[in-house]
Ligand binder design. Sequence first.
Ligand code: PMP
Length: 427
Amino acid sequence: MAEVTLFSRAKEIIPGGVSSPVRAFGSVGGDPVFIREARGAHVVDVTGRDFVDLVCSWGPALLGHAHPEVVEAVRAAAGRGLSFGAPTLAEVELAEAIRARVPAAEQVRFVSTGTEATMTAIRLARGATGRDAIVKFAGCYHGHSDALLAAAGSGVATQGLPGSAGVTAAAAGDTIVVEYNDLDALTRVFDEAGDRIAAVITEAAPANMGVVPPAPGFNAALRELTARHGALLIVDEVLTGFRVGPGGWLGLEGGYQPDIVTFGKVVGGGMPLAALAGRAEVMQLLAPVGPVYQAGTLSGNPLATAAGFATLRLADDAVYAHVDRRSVELQAAVAEALGAASVPHTIQAAGNLFSVFFREGAVANYEDAKDQDTEAFARFFHALLDDGVALPPSAFEAWFLSAAHDDEAMGRITDALPRAARAAAHS
Ligand code: PMP
């Protein structure tokens, strides 16, 4: 009961009771769980209930929550001061660690959120090319800046919003939206408007409409097409970066180099930190060297850089091997439970990221992703939650595992799956 009271209290003072929409359980119904603390693979709510967590803060908690060495790094940094508004050694070290893992990141600029990273990447591409238009793919989410909200995934998909009120026609008008994985459509757009296009922005492997991996060769073709028309390629690795492997999706796929890459989530180790990076020649257009302005009072914050650096240092091959293995195990367990209950489903993965679509047949784009039984997902979600397993509260999100998902945590999930599958089967 305490949670009902707390949610009512929250809604009185915070719109929807939440600081970010998808947390509100809007599409699955019911009241959100208010979290008090988290450790390893577990989150604990304000009433003391423990859940095995498959949200992992929507990606950052690659090592599990509150990893002792990350917490200690933040504690030590806090002892030296919370924010200086001046350059630091820690920023340089973190930028070097990023470049060591991602060769395309020749230079790095730190910001505080993924939204800022992609928003700045767009401005930089426009500054570099002197062109206005950008191309994004339906169902890809790149944060909530005006130009990038058109046909976005994540919370926009969850709430079924066409975009957002408050975005001017001019801002939306410079955004061309193309169906994901549709190279022919993109080629036609370039044939018609190629000389107006500053950049194509794409999720490295989309995970905000559920996980929809790029068709083989799709990202490389984006590289080729943009280069041919003098446009930049922005690869958004906010979600995939340092999660699907040491070098993110670019490291797994290889074979092409974007002009700009964006990072967030894991790179900040759970603290507000994100980055844009890319070819030095392009990055040198940012102020104070170049004419493209970008700034931030808290950018490169010392607590955030400490958490990010500690996380990257600890995220070794063994961590990725563990998360990869757990992902395969969990996909198999979900498939078995849903199959046994005769629930139509499709599981799609991009590296260790995966999601479950409550439909039959492969999902190649946002249209396919929307064509699923979200009510079956809601029943599945709530049955798992009742049994102490916290999934992302939307059918359009990836499931996140961590290095802390041990046999005990996996056992609790697999024990809960058959009942949840039966709940999904029966409306
Ligand atoms: N890009 C991608 C691919 C994302 O998944 C997200 C957040 N889910 C963002 C950008 C925006 O990041 P933030 O929420 O930190 O603004």
